[in-house]
Ligand binder design. Structure first.
Ligand SMILES: Cc1cc2nc3c(=O)[nH]c(=O)nc-3n(C[C@H](O)[C@H](O)[C@H](O)COP(=O)(O)OP(=O)(O)OC[C@H]3O[C@@H](n4cnc5c(N)ncnc54)[C@H](O)[C@@H]3O)c2cc1C
Length: 497
């Protein structure tokens, strides 16, 4: 009889694991609380003709998606047409400088020379880039794309050598500052840790790998939108026989003698499986579905689990095009550190927020009506905290963000052109996807929540319970959760053989 595997959640990690396990011959059922797959990688299509990807917009480290499709005996190019975006994005500094960031060394050199007028920093850029490239090539196979079963998998002569020679443990901002004197370049090469929901002042410098994913490997976009990735994975999973059950929230996983015994769907029916793979956010799942403290399953066991920041979102359909904006645009606040401290230390809404604006119809005009822009705005904010009552504070914060867009991006008439709008707060991340503390990016990526120290993908107390997704190994972001799905599938397969 084929082993029956239940997967809780159809996020990107759940979809990846489902397809891989079904291909290996397991009988796989995916339960998803929402009506559609993708989780945070969702899509919004409006009656006015705007299409928004509501979560991830940057496809980084394409090799991870390619590798997954290869393992599934599929060619990624048969499923989507990918565009490499050049320049990668435009950065807007508070001193009025506009800088085009690129994977192209000649263009970067020109931008540093002409826009920053800082000839000396060209040499620093080349040295830093060489460091980043080595860091990336060593980190991914040795620390990211691997399962940790014991401490020696993490602490061994080779890893200690890499940790020491690449000085992976100081803060990323400090590392970047050791190369650059120009604060604008320090910001440019460190802010990427915000994709992991951690401040660059706190993130270990090993997370320079994310900077490299952008500046070395480039940013891709699937024509039609990021949701193509979700649709393609669901399709392949179905081709291998995965059974998808939408609108099916798992409300409890019952335990019996050191094993999970059954799960309850929508507080009503109960079903039994051999293996339970949880893609729902790990700390939420431990607390709510398994009735356990996540701490019990983490090393070291002192101290609370730290979660990442969150995101306030605005999806705006406007009947006008702001042509000076590219597909991706990053707006820095005047005081980089203060903005980050508002989010991570003081946990308040920043009064001068940094933000990111995505206009996907620059790359695929079919995503907005002719002459219009689909404008996605992501503002980094604290995860749920008693300091912010979103019900009360959201209208004023929305005004602050629109004012900043007007001042910093010259979108002075934006309010007159909005024909569609929707906002999304940390409360919505919590209620729609069961994200712990409404944090958009899962558990934080501090040193003691990375690699071997991150909650692992197999329960320490329940023999047949596994995890995949942003809050387990290796971490947050599309490439990481795809790897997470593969690692969990490999571990289950090994344990079952
Ligand atoms: C605003 C935003 C922007 C981002 N931008 C980028 C980007 O540009 N590039 C990038 O690489 N990454 C980005 N990310 C990160 C990326 O989206 C995530 O890392 C990834 O989508 C997480 O996938 P996952 O499978 O871990 O979890 P999820 O997407 O959270 O999937 C988990 C699924 O489980 C379901 N679920 C939860 N509880 C239950 C239950 N009890 N029963 C049944 N189902 C349940 C949820 O509904 C969800 O569908 C972004 C994230 C956000 C929020």
């Amino acid at each position: 009889m084929r082993k029956r595997i239940a997967i809780v959640g159809a996020g990107l990690a759940g979809l990846s694991a489902a397809a891989l396990l079904a291909k290996k011959g397991f009988d796989v059922t995916v339960f998803e609380k929402n009506a559609t797959p993708g989780g945070r990688a969702n899509r919004l299509v409006t009656p006015e003709g705007f299409t928004f990807d509501t979560g991830p917009t940057l496809l980084l480290m394409l090799s991870s998606l390619k590798k997954l499709f290869k393992k599934l005996d599929r060619d990624l190019n048969d499923y989507m047409q990918l565009k490499l975006l050049e320049p990668s994005y435009r950065v807007f500094y508070s001193d009025g400088t506009e800088f085009n960031s690129s994977t192209n060394i000649a263009l970067m050199t020109k931008e540093i020379r002409e826009k920053l007028q800082n000839e000396k920093e060209i040499e620093s850029y080349l040295r830093f880039f060489s460091y980043l490239s080595r860091l990336y090539r060593l980190t991914i196979p040795h620390f990211v794309d691997r399962n940790y079963r014991r401490l020696s998998d993490f602490i061994n002569p080779k890893s200690l050598y890499y940790l020491a020679t690449l000085k992976m443990l100081g803060s990323l901002y400090r590392k970047v500052s050791s190369y650059f004197e120009d604060e604008r370049l320090r910001m440019l090469f460190s802010f990427q840790t915000m994709y992991l929901g951690i401040s660059p002042f706190e993130a270990p410098s090993v997370y320079g790998v994310v900077t490299y994913m952008e500046s070395g490997e480039g940013i891709y976009f699937p024509v039609g939108g990021m949701y193509k990735i979700v649709e393609s994975l669901e399709r392949v999973a179905k081709e291998y026989g995965v059974n998808f059950r939408y609108n099916s929230e798992i409300t409890k996983i019952e335990k019996e003698g050191g094993r999970a015994a059954s799960l309850t769907i929508n507080n009503s029916t109960t079903e039994k499986f051999d293996v339970y793979l949880v893609n729902a956010d790990l700390p939420y799942a431990y607390e709510t579905l398994l009735g356990e403290t996540p701490k019990k399953n983490v090393v070291p066991q002192n101290g609370d689990l730290k979660t990442s920041s969150s995101a306030y979102m605005m999806y705006l359909g406007v009947d006008k095009q702001y042509t000076h904006l590219l597909h991706h645009n990053v707006v820095f606040s005047a005081d980089y550190k203060r903005n980050l401290d508002d989010i991570f230390e003081r946990q308040v809404l920043p009064d001068d927020p940094a933000f990111y604006v995505c206009i996907p119809n620059r790359s695929d005009p079919s995503l907005a009506p002719e002459g219009s822009d689909a404008i996605y705005v992501l503002v980094p904010v604290p995860h749920r905290t008693p300091n912010v009552d979103w019900e009360r504070d959201e209208p004023a914060f929305r005004e602050t963000v629109l004012k900043r867009m007007s001042e910093r991006l010259g979108m002075t008439d934006i309010k007159d052109h909005i024909v569609y709008q929707k906002t999304f707060t940390p409360d919505d991340w919590a209620s729609q996807y069961n994200l712990w503390k409404g944090s958009a990016f899962g558990l934080s990526h501090s040193f003691f929540q990375s690699a071997y120290f991150r909650p692992q993908n197999k329960s320490k107390t329940l023999e047949n319970v596994y995890f995949a997704g942003a809050s387990t190994v290796p971490g947050n972001g599309i490439p990481m959760v795809i790897i997470s799905g593969s690692l969990a599938a490999a571990r289950i397969e090994e344990d079952m053989s």
